[in-house]
Design a protein around this ligand. Sequence first.
Ligand SMILES: CC(C)(COP(=O)(O)OP(=O)(O)OC[C@H]1O[C@@H](n2cnc3c(N)ncnc32)[C@H](O)[C@@H]1OP(=O)(O)O)[C@@H](O)C(=O)NCCC(=O)NCCS
Length: 169
Amino acid sequence: MKTMSEEMLMPRPVRDSQSEMAELVLPNDANPLAALLGGRLMHWIDLAGAMAAHRHSRSYAVTASVDHIDFLVPVRVGDLVILKSSVNRVFQTSMEVGVKVFVENYIADTAQHVASAHLTFVAVDAQGNRLKVAPVIPETEEQQRRYDDAGRRREIRRAELERRRKARR
Ligand SMILES: CC(C)(COP(=O)(O)OP(=O)(O)OC[C@H]1O[C@@H](n2cnc3c(N)ncnc32)[C@H](O)[C@@H]1OP(=O)(O)O)[C@@H](O)C(=O)NCCC(=O)NCCS
């Protein structure tokens, strides 16, 4: 019989972490031109990313970093924003999560890609101690591509972190 910690570290497929969140854009989410505020979208991206991280790691998770976000098209009051997230790759205590954002206009029946982001979450226990995370298993070609790309992005992030650490000394 497996112990609780062995069970927690059993590899899990990407699909177990796939999450979807929907938000209707209301006036309070928008600027005076009735366009969605970038900061509100970033908040939703963080939440959607955290859902995938929690589902995969089965633990608490804190946001360690967010890679740059491009806002591709404006989103208007009344639009429906759909955020899709999943774990791309697990390292030791950290995991990269991808979030892809779409806007649906239910009157015009259209959907457009609005933004994408890669976030790194670190798994922690209730005391804030870091936890090892179970490996993730890519099952499709696209998941494998994201897995490979996540490895390359991690190297870039680590090099940049190191450069900034040295610059602070
Ligand atoms: C993220 C945090 C837990 C990292 O702790 P740390 O003591 O710097 O840890 P380490 O340098 O040993 O790194 C631990 C892991 O985090 C990763 N990590 C640390 N900083 C990172 C960054 N800026 N971007 C991506 N990954 C990062 C490391 O690569 C390592 O991953 P691994 O275990 O999978 O190899 C810590 O900085 C923290 O608690 N930050 C605040 C998080 C928070 O409050 N977020 C909410 C937003 S306010």
